[in-house]
Design a protein around this ligand. Structure first.
Ligand SMILES: [Zn+2]
Length: 119
């Protein structure tokens, strides 16, 4: 083996190790961001509940913050969906068109509802 080939092999191995660990790093980062976003959503949900209750107590119309918080939740859900699909891309996972369960790209049938997946 030529020295230059040897160097090539080493750098290929290093490259694949690097990309594997950056995959793990990336998916861990996304998981943290996901649980952050989910925490945000439950905070907003509680805030909405509090507003509804306060308006019930005071007999006044619920104020605009409810609407704003609902929009903020929609935006968070969108972020969450984007992060989930990024994660699926990293982990080679797709979603069942029938029931929405997450399944490995290698399986032919959904293991939740049994639907046939793309051939
Ligand atoms: Zn399914």
């Amino acid at each position: 083996m030529e020295i230059s080939d040897f160097k090539e092999t080493i750098s290929n191995v290093a490259e694949s190790v690097k990309s594997k660990s950056s995959e793990i790093f990336e998916s861990t980062k996304i998981k943290f961001a996901l649980s952050d976003a989910e925490g945000e959503v439950s905070k907003l949900m509680r805030e909405i509940g509090r507003c509804v209750y306060e308006s019930y107590k005071s007999g006044e119309e619920p104020d605009e913050t409810i609407h704003e918080n609902c929009e903020a939740i929609d935006a968070k859900y969108k972020e969450i969906e984007e992060m989930r699909s990024k994660l699926r891309g990293i982990k080679n996972i797709s979603v069942c068109p029938e029931c929405g369960a997450e399944i490995s790209n290698e399986s032919a049938f959904c293991n939740k509802c049994g639907a046939k997946l793309s051939e």
